[in-house]
Design a protein. Structure first.
Lengths: 82, 332
């Protein structure tokens, strides 16, 4: 069954917490990965690869550049999940 | 009709010895952070590098190569005149031709050796070990000198935030020869030309000559390279380990190309090695020296007593091409 945006947000927040130690409840839809959460490009890619595994979705390198906010990632994953 | 004669194969090969040379200067993060609008903390956090070794302008790639090669030859106790082949892995020898290897052979006394350069970037040393192993076991050569050497500081842009600030200068050398037991496992290697442009130069020498571009320097798409270097290369490392017939717990060390501490850490995590396996991190104060990084890192582990001769190390090189190679070797 496809996950809702809220489910994806919760799962993504766990992955961000695992990689960076940022509290899961700080990972909110309107936050920017770089500017608000201070996640660097290497951590971002680690989160992306782990998100691919967790949600059964492919996130190509060229798409990663478009994932500016948490909402961008949640919407992409929700729309493309396997 | 007379039968053609071919060489008599030799069953096993191994690395006899290693040699190392690093650029004379330790360049701090503070020294290079200005032009990239960065800081010591930013560089340490993203790369794990504290200082990188760079050569003085008077010191050439050949000087570094000769220094490392002479140490390896002396330790091997092989007469340099008996070396049959010299392989120089480099991307920064500043002549299109002749090769650096022929001059290196002459300068270390390996006169008459077959000599050639290989261009496989950060995979170059492991490509060289694969070739040395094959040359020896086929009976084509008895002793082979493999050198990975770079003077990357000739090809950096101080304002580049993608790769230049990682890079250092150095050379690592290995003497490889026949053995009474297996010392080099089957090499798992390959390339991915569909990502030819992910790591490389800002342009060609023709563009530079024609005034279309400034002096070509190194550049990379770091995020894409990171994904490939960890998650794709871990598969290659696992395959190399399988081909060697060993289990992770049989290894004494993991010596990856010293690209970035973040890559090394994630690589080791994904590979799932036990704590008993030493993970080489020479990069912290040597920087990324491309083809030289694996022999430099292995030489250091041995010199500091972190691993012992006779143990096994999984070594894997990966980089521009994209090109990669991995094998398990017995530590000399």
């Amino acid at each position: 069954m496809a996950l809702s945006e809220l489910d994806v947000l919760a799962g993504l927040a766990e992955l961000v917490n695992d990689e960076t130690g940022i509290a899961a409840d700080a990972v909110q839809m309107d936050k920017s990965f770089t500017d608000d959460l201070d996640i660097d490009s290497i951590s971002m890619m680690t989160i992306v690869v782990n998100a691919e595994d967790k949600f059964g979705v492919k996130i190509p390198d060229e798409e990663v550049k478009n994932l500016i906010t948490v909402a961008d990632a949640v919407k992409y994953i929700t729309a493309n999940q396997g | 009709m007379k039968q053609l004669k071919q060489t008599t194969p030799v069953q096993f090969s191994k690395i006899y010895s290693l040699g190392a040379a690093r650029g004379e200067r330790s360049v701090t993060n503070d020294e290079i952070s200005g032009p990239i609008d960065s800081s010591d903390e930013w560089i340490r956090q993203r790369t794990g590098i504290v200082t990188r070794r760079r050569a003085e302008s008077k010191t050439s790639l050949m000087d570094l190569s000769v220094s490392a090669a002479k140490e390896a030859i002396e330790k091997s106790k092989v007469n340099p005149a008996e070396i049959d082949a010299v392989i120089l892995a480099t991307i920064s020898f500043p002549y299109q031709t002749p090769s650096g290897a022929t001059l290196l052979a002459e300068l270390v006394g390996a006169t008459d050796a077959a000599a050639y350069d290989i261009s496989a970037a950060c995979a170059g040393y492991c490509y060289g070990i694969a070739q040395a192993d094959s040359l020896i076991r086929s009976g084509t050569a008895r002793y082979v000198l493999v050198v990975g050497a770079e003077k990357l500081s000739d090809f950096i842009d101080p304002t580049d935030r993608s790769i230049s600030f990682l890079l250092g200068d150095g050379a690592g050398a290995a003497v490889v020869g026949p053995s009474d037991h297996a010392g080099i496992s089957k090499t798992v290697w390959g390339s991915d030309g569909s990502n030819w442009d992910k790591v490389g130069m800002t342009g060609s020498l023709i563009d530079f000559r024609d005034g279309k571009l400034p002096w070509p320097t190194l550049v990379q798409e770091g995020q894409s390279v990171f994904r490939w270097a960890v998650w794709e290369m871990v598969k290659v490392a696992k395959e190399a380990l399988k081909e060697s017939g060993l289990e992770p717990a049989d290894l004494a060390a993991l010596v990856t190309h010293q690209a970035n501490v973040r890559i090394i850490d994630e690589f080791a995590k994904q590979l799932g090695l036990p704590d008993t396996v030493v993970v080489a991190k020479d990069i912290v104060d040597t920087g990324n020296t491309s083809a030289a990084s694996i022999p430099l890192a292995m030489h250091r582990l041995l010199a500091e007593g972190q691993v012992k001769s006779g143990g096994y190390a999984l070594q894997i090189g990966f980089g521009a091409g994209l090109a990669y190679a991995a094998q398990v070797v017995e530590l000399p």
